[in-house]
Write a protein that binds this ligand. Structure first.
Ligand code: FES
Length: 118
């Protein structure tokens, strides 16, 4: 694995992607509500849509249509092409086939600098 410095930790916002290019690989970084940073491949594992145009959201839940609320805000990614949803924490698809997974890259912060390993 090779570590690539991609910027400062304070530049990575919650609820939005920071796109970076490592060689020919497009990677998206975001800050989860927990404060952790996560880095994923920008290509959807379904049919390759650019996830930079996706929406970071949560899951709607409730016992009836009048009591809906959002669970896990900021932890779910909705693909812009077919609307499949993925868990940004573990990469798992929330739709079938559940074998679809986001590709994650290890991220670490050292003295405020963010490194991605590829
Ligand atoms: S390309 Fe992302 S859900 Fe189909």
């Amino acid at each position: 694995m090779v570590a690539h410095r991609i910027g400062r930790a304070e530049e990575i916002a919650m609820g939005a992607f920071t796109p970076v290019k490592v060689g020919r690989t497009s990677i998206l970084i975001t800050r989860l509500p927990s404060g952790d940073l996560t880095a994923i491949a920008a290509k959807c594992p379904h049919q390759g849509a650019d996830l930079a145009f996706g929406c970071i959201t949560g899951m709607a839940a409730g016992a009836d249509p009048h009591s809906l609320h959002q669970q896990r805000p900021g932890e779910i990614l909705r693909c812009p092409w077919h609307g499949f949803e993925f868990d940004l924490v573990n990469g798992q698809a929330l739709v079938e086939p559940s074998s679809l997974r986001l590709r994650h890259y290890p991220v670490r912060v050292e003295a405020g600098d963010v490194f991605i390993e590829t």
